[in-house]
Design a protein around this ligand. Structure first.
Ligand code: DAH
Length: 427
């Protein structure tokens, strides 16, 4: 529709929706029956409503300035504005532009209706005033009712969107179970606490060792029969690589590594993984855990040794447990002992609840706990300690075994299967 003497002006508003908003925009647009052509999809999930025309600016001028002098021309003018509004309202009334759009038409200060009142109605010659007033009222009520209608639709669409997107705070949350420390780790902590409380410190060493540390420096030369017992895993190394290397069969090499680095007094415990070519069964695993202990000073006696070990065992199993030492052999201790505790299951009686033989200690009343002894003076030669001035004791305990005994677990494999039903029992 062209009003003689009036120029049409193009322009528009541009809304940019981010990826997150684009869905709501499309769904709102769809629920408002907006033409899909009005939405131009651009790369990167950005949606631009196409450029929208603004009204043509006639309301900013007076009727005189526009050269309007007759009732017909006034009707044409108002029809133009109405058409303009109708075109825009279906295109522009999307959620994010709503307030801007409404203000532009019915904003009290400078909305189109206010401007028409100021520019057309107020200065109109008395003969035209009734026509302008009537047209203005018609336009005003048309615009207002349309805006109300659109606003309602926008609100409904927003509500619908909020319903879809809403977080229902009354829903029970997703239960994310908090893990706990593995029983072996808990037992380690317990053992560490006991030894740390009597002056030991905790050190660690490598799991891949040289035969020197794993054997030779522990007084186990190459053809010593003890090596045959160890069922060692040797590493396959690339040709020319210095070797051989092996997975340590015990934590004892860390005794050597510690004494190489520290001068007496030395009081350490060494927790860690060890490896042996054992077939898995209820008491064997190719990987298990040991805690090595070493105390070396100028005047350590066998009494210090037994006192320390007994203190530990009573702290760990409880004060009623009885202990005993049996002579044994290890290449790196002299004398060597095997250390036993009274059976934790039958209280040392050897018989079960109904008079049967206790299955755990096989009726002996004793359970073998670990190997230990006074450090063989030959060892000091490997670490440049003066064997005439120092003495000490050492022990090597199976951590898995200690855990099994204390917590009544009869299969070592459960430690490594990571079955939550087992792990959960030790929160
Ligand atoms: N290394 C021994 C083993 O794995 C255990 C052991 C025995 C360690 C006596 C010691 C010790 O330190 O004195 O069977």
């Amino acid at each position: 529709m062209v009003v003689p003497g009036l120029a049409t002006q193009a322009g528009g508003a541009l809304a940019i929706f981010t990826g997150a908003k684009s869905r709501s925009f499309t769904s709102i647009a769809a629920s408002l029956n907006f033409s899909r052509n009005a939405i131009v999809g651009a790369p990167c999930d950005v949606i631009y409503p196409s450029t929208m025309p603004t009204n043509d600016g006639t309301h900013e001028k007076t009727l005189a300035a526009l050269g309007v002098t007759s009732a017909e021309q006034i009707s044409v003018l108002f029809a133009g504005l109405r058409e303009q509004f109708d075109a825009e309202v279906s295109l522009e009334a999307v959620q994010l532009l709503w307030k801007e759009f409404r203000d532009r038409w019915i904003g009290r200060k400078s909305g189109v209706i206010t401007q028409v009142t100021n520019n057309w109605l107020k200065p109109a010659p008395p003969g035209l005033k009734p026509t302008v007033g009537a047209e203005l009222n018609k336009l005003k009520s048309h615009v207002e009712s349309k805006l109300d209608e659109i606003h309602l639709k926008i609100e409904n669409a927003e509500e619908e969107w909020a319903r879809d997107e809403r977080v229902d705070l009354s829903l029970p949350g997703v239960v994310r179970p908090i893990g706990s420390r593995h029983l072996i780790r808990q037992v380690l902590q317990e053992i560490e606490d006991i030894f740390v409380s009597i002056g030991f410190s905790v050190v660690e060493g490598p799991e891949i060792e040289t035969p020197y540390y794993n054997f030779e420096a522990l007084n186990i030369p190459e053809f010593h029969p003890v090596r045959a017992d160890m069922d060692t895993f040797y590493l396959e190394l690339p040709k020319g690589a210095p070797g051989p290397l092996l997975l340590r069969t015990h934590t004892s090499p860390v005794q050597i590594r510690t004494m190489e680095k520290r001068q007496p007094p030395v009081r350490v415990i060494v927790p860690g993984k060890v490896y042996r070519r054992d077939n898995p069964d209820a008491t064997h695993s190719f990987m298990f855990h040991q805690i090595e202990g070493l105390a070396v000073d100028s005047d350590i006696t066998f009494c210090d040794f037994t006192g320390t070990i007994e203190y530990f065992v009573k702290q760990y199993f409880g004060p009623s447990v009885k202990t005993r030492f049996r002579p044994s052999y290890f290449p790196f201790t002299e004398p060597s002992v095997e250390f036993d505790v009274s059976c934790i299951f039958c209280g040392g009686s050897g018989s079960g609840a109904s008079g049967t033989t206790c299955g755990k200690c096989k009726g002996s009343g004793w359970i073998e706990l670990f190997g230990a002894g006074m450090v063989d003076p030959a060892i000091y030669g490997f670490v440049n300690y003066d064997a005439s001035k120092v003495s000490g004791f050492a022990f090597g305990m199976g951590m898995d075994r200690l855990a099994m005994l204390k917590y009544g677990i009869d299969d070592i494999q459960v430690f490594f299967q990571n079955d939550v039903r087992f792990l959960k029992q030790f929160p």
